[in-house]
Design a protein around this ligand. Structure first.
Ligand SMILES: Nc1ncnc2c1ncn2[C@@H]1O[C@H](COP(=O)(O)OP(=O)(O)O)[C@@H](O)[C@H]1O
Ligand SMILES: [Mg+2]
Length: 478
């Protein structure tokens, strides 16, 4: 491992020399500067882990240099050398973010301990920073797969919210649509990225424990409270708390949460002190909270408070071709983890995937791909190993019809007209056409090429119909 760099800043050459020699002796790599200007230049070039900074320099105050280091590298460790014990300087140094200080005349033993601790702290800070930026990358919006208009709109909104000051956000979407993913992306793209992201699944914790879990408790506040406990709200202070499945929260706790949101402060259970709330709350629900409220299962006032910013995650069946993109992503992923070499989906499977309803959304798709990759021995995914649900889907939806029709059409030259039965009272052909075009556009997530395929017409023909429908003033609804 390379030696850690320590920037030694002092205008007295003799002291600087002694300090640098000591650093070398302790296994560090010293870089020396005699002025602040020189120090700031070296700071950028050498990126030292620790700075040992004298307070008085010919070209300015070491305290200003400290502020400058901290603004360039908030995680850097700066140890101040004070001329003699000057309380004012020491105080402003600590306030300015100095890690520690040491008084002249310097006692080398003492310095050694201080430097060692400083190096250790610097190494930890560097590690935390690396982990954070790895997380920020891993949980960024770029990792969310989907090009359908429905997804693009959703992500654009979520990005906007991330960059904003919005204190609460409601994510709504069926199970498996990516609510966890979006909640993390919002946190890791926000100004709160250096603070904690804390998640709690409210459906998974007994109602009786939730309050102390969220807000913490004081010792002895109830029978099992043997010691003081910090709640998740305290842990998330400055960052984000993700209240997953908020629809499961009991009504009395909903009232408490509402109070916390409105007052901007909270209290530990059994506590007397109000703690200020500086947290972004992201709540999620896989049920429609408005109808839950109307049915009396959820407090309407809490719903209104949470839904100031509401992001709806589209179900997978409304994302058109995204399903194929996601399938390919998971094929690549599971090829790696399961050591397989599957190239892709057969055209028939693509068709099944595009027409299936995916009640479990992306999570279900991921599980299907994993299963099939385990079972498939050819290099392409065929219908052989698809779960029954998916195949039942094609039978009911279109496959049986199409198969029979083409068999009839091809086999005996029979007309396929009999596939659609004209109701006794007739139909409104224009409405029927509008409805089919709408459904195709919907299912394709607005992709005209795909919608045209679904309707068995060319893209130009589809465009022509869309235009005609639009001119007729029909409500297209997508
Ligand atoms: N658009 C997407 N791109 C990539 N992976 C996704 C996407 N949406 C969901 N996933 C994955 O699907 C699974 C379920 O997502 P999750 O966020 O847990 O859904 P929810 O919280 O809505 O039930 C996770 O493994 C997640 O990484
Ligand atoms: Mg979830």
């Amino acid at each position: 491992m390379p030696k850690e760099k320590v920037l030694v800043v002092d205008d007295e050459a003799a002291i600087r020399y002694t300090l640098a020699e000591a650093m070398r002796g302790w296994g560090f790599d010293p870089v020396e500067a005699g002025t602040i200007a020189e120090a700031l230049e070296l700071f950028d070039i050498e990126q030292p882990l620790v700075v040992l900074q004298d307070v008085n320099l010919p070209d300015g105050s070491g305290l200003d240099a400290l502020r400058e280091y901290k603004s360039r590298q908030p995680q850097c460790v700066v140890i101040m050398i004070t001329g003699n014990v000057m309380l004012d300087d020491t105080l402003s140094a600590m306030r300015g973010g100095a890690y520690d200080f040491i008084a002249k005349p310097i006692n080398l033993r003492e310095l050694q301990v201080t430097i060692r601790n400083g190096i250790e702290t610097g190494q930890l800070r560097r590690e935390v920073k690396a982990i954070r930026s790895e997380q920020a990358r891993q949980f960024s919006f770029e990792q969310i797969i989907g090009h359908s208009p429905a997804m693009k709109d959703m992500i654009a909104l979520a990005r906007k919210v991330a960059a904003s000051e919005a204190s609460s956000v409601l994510l709504q979407g069926e199970s498996g649509t990516g609510k966890d993913l979006v909640a993390k992306a919002i946190h890791y793209s926000s100004g709160r990225v250096d603070q904690h992201f804390v998640a709690i699944n409210l459906a998974a914790i007994p109602g009786t424990l939730i309050e102390s879990e969220l807000f913490g408790h004081e010792k002895g506040s109830f029978t099992d409270a043997k010691s003081r406990k910090e709640g998740l709200f305290e842990q998330a202070q400055g960052g984000t708390i993700f209240l997953d499945e908020i629809g499961e929260l009991e009504l009395n706790l909903q009232a408490k949460l509402l109070r916390v949101l409105e007052e901007g402060s909270f209290r530990r259970v059994g506590g007397l002190k109000d703690l200020p709330l500086d947290i972004r709350i992201i709540a999620s629900s896989n049920r429609d909270l408005r109808s839950e409220s109307e049915a009396g299962h959820f407090r309407l006032d809490l719903y209104y408070r949470l839904s100031v910013i509401q992001i709806d995650l589209p179900p997978l069946r409304k994302r058109g071709d995204d399903v194929l993109m996601l399938a390919n992503y998971y094929i690549t992923y599971f090829n790696r983890t399961l050591r397989k070499r599957i190239r892709g989906l057969s055209p028939e499977v693509e068709e099944v995937f595009l027409n299936y309803q995916w009640p479990g959304n992306v999570r279900e798709l991921r599980n299907v791909i994993e299963r099939v990759l385990i079972l498939e021995d050819t290099d392409q995914i065929s219908t052989t190993w698809l779960p029954r649900d998916l195949l039942r889907g094609i039978k009911a939806d279109f496959h049986e019809d199409t198969f029979h029709a083409s068999a009839r059409a091809g086999g005996s030259g029979e007309s396929i007209a009999g596939r659609y039965i004209l109701p006794e009272n007739g139909v409104n052909l224009e409405e029927f056409e509008l409805s089919l075009v709408q459904q195709a556009m919907h299912r394709s997530g607005g992709n005209q090429t795909r919608a045209a395929e679904l309707l068995g017409i060319s893209r130009d023909q589809l465009r022509y119909r869309l235009k005609k429908l639009d001119e007729s003033g029909a409500e297209l609804g997508f």
